[in-house]
Design a protein around this ligand. Structure first.
Ligand code: HEM
Ligand SMILES: [Zn+2]
Length: 180
């Protein structure tokens, strides 16, 4: 994935466990990059997984919760540092419906090295279903991004994620129920 994900991950890790522990993690994990990330580069997805597993073991928190937290703050970083106001839609529902064909498509063309995931969005009673497909299986990151974008649009939501690749399904379905 793009370096911007990893620079944010390093900031998140340092905020989470402190600089001393973060440096200890980097010494223990012996990552190919040694944790020295640059925004414009690309890094191996496996590095992120190893960092999340380490954070899980160190904090005792679930990897799902950590991805949710990370996704939550990543939204602001992506919004401010990649497409700027290009991604701003008039409301939350339109924004979600345009994730694949507008937002991530722009990412694909501005950053030819990038490979954002595949999302299909369908209507359901009281909200939308986000059908997520990616070999990276980062649906818990998607949950954090969705929650953060809902707060950005001041929309009260509830997520239901009962079809999941982590439970053996071939894709994930994240239902976003929108409260008036
Ligand atoms: C609810 C909103 C969003 C969701 C659910 C979402 C979901 C995701 C997920 C799950 C990934 C990880 C890659 C994968 O799963 O294969 C990803 C990557 C990415 N997204 Fe999004 N995203 C959202 C909004 C945005 C916005 C607003 C931007 C930019 C303004 C953005 C730009 C990117 C970029 C640059 C990557 C990295 C791609 C790569 O390194 O190959 N996303 N997104
Ligand atoms: Zn899932």
């Amino acid at each position: 994935m793009l370096g911007i994900i990893f620079t944010e991950l390093a900031d998140y890790g340092i905020d989470k466990v402190g600089l001393t522990n973060w440096n200890r993690a980097m010494a223990e994990l012996q990552l190919p990059s040694q944790g020295a990330y640059t925004t414009g580069q690309r890094y191996d997805d496996g590095e992120a997984m190893r960092v999340f597993n380490w954070l899980g073991e160190t904090t005792g928190q679930s990897v799902r919760l950590l991805f949710n937290e990370f996704g939550y703050r990543l939204f602001d970083t992506l919004r401010q540092r990649t497409l700027g106001n290009y991604m701003i839609d008039s409301d939350f529902v339109r924004f979600l419906k345009h994730i694949d064909k507008t937002t991530h498509d722009k990412v694909r063309s501005y950053f030819p090295d990038s490979s954002p995931p595949d999302f299909k969005v369908t209507d359901t009673e009281g909200g939308l279903v986000m059908h997520y497909r990616s070999d990276r299986k980062l649906c818990f990151l998607a949950e954090g991004l969705i929650q953060s974008s809902a707060d950005f649009y001041q929309t009260d939501i509830q997520l239901v994620h009962d079809v999941c690749m982590h439970q053996g399904a071939d894709h994930c379905e994240i239902t976003v129920l929108i409260h008036d």
